[in-house]
Write a protein that binds this ligand. Sequence first.
Ligand SMILES: Nc1nc2c(ncn2[C@@H]2O[C@H](COP(=O)(O)OP(=O)(O)O)[C@@H](OP(=O)(O)OP(=O)(O)O)[C@H]2O)c(=O)[nH]1
Length: 181
Amino acid sequence: MNALVDFARALDFAAHKHTDQRRKGVRAEPYVNHLAEVARLVAEATEGKDRVAILAALLHDTLEDTDATREELERAFGAEVAAVVAEVTDDKRLSKAERKQRQIDGAATKSHAAKLVKLADKTSNLRSMAASPPANWTQARKREYFDWAKAVVDRIRGTHAGLEAAFDAAYDAGIAGLQGV
Ligand SMILES: Nc1nc2c(ncn2[C@@H]2O[C@H](COP(=O)(O)OP(=O)(O)O)[C@@H](OP(=O)(O)OP(=O)(O)O)[C@H]2O)c(=O)[nH]1
């Protein structure tokens, strides 16, 4: 099917699945803002050419956070897109500490498309941590989050220079903000 039609279908699917979800930050932005930012980062990084990664970027939190199933994604967007979304989905049955460690340990062996989505997702999360942090997070918790995100990204360096530079810029700006520079 036409790439723009696919993009619109994935955006519509994700927007509906995440309808009742807001971002955790003080601004409580609509969750779709994050999905749009991640998709934009991946689309720009791949000059619109990596259809699977761009669709997976829009859909990347549907398995983790909504009632969407892998079969549903396969039917609607194909097995390849569904597989990338599954690759970037945490197993919520694990403890938070285990999930965080798994992201670090498993990052290097992901597919190229999944690594692109990871880089963009972490960049978007660091940007929003600086622009609209969760209200109850201490400076120490934010710092921990920044360093964990960097630990994940450090495992997948060499994937895409532009996305890694965008992540590093978000990291540096966020750390400077935490230190009041
Ligand atoms: N920075 C930020 N994060 C938000 C916001 N709203 C929701 N999140 C999500 O919250 C997670 C970070 O919060 P934590 O307390 O560390 O983790 P938890 O939700 O898994 O318990 C991030 O997921 P993650 O663990 O990083 O996983 P993933 O999304 O990279 O897979 C991110 O996707 C927001 O406004 N800002």
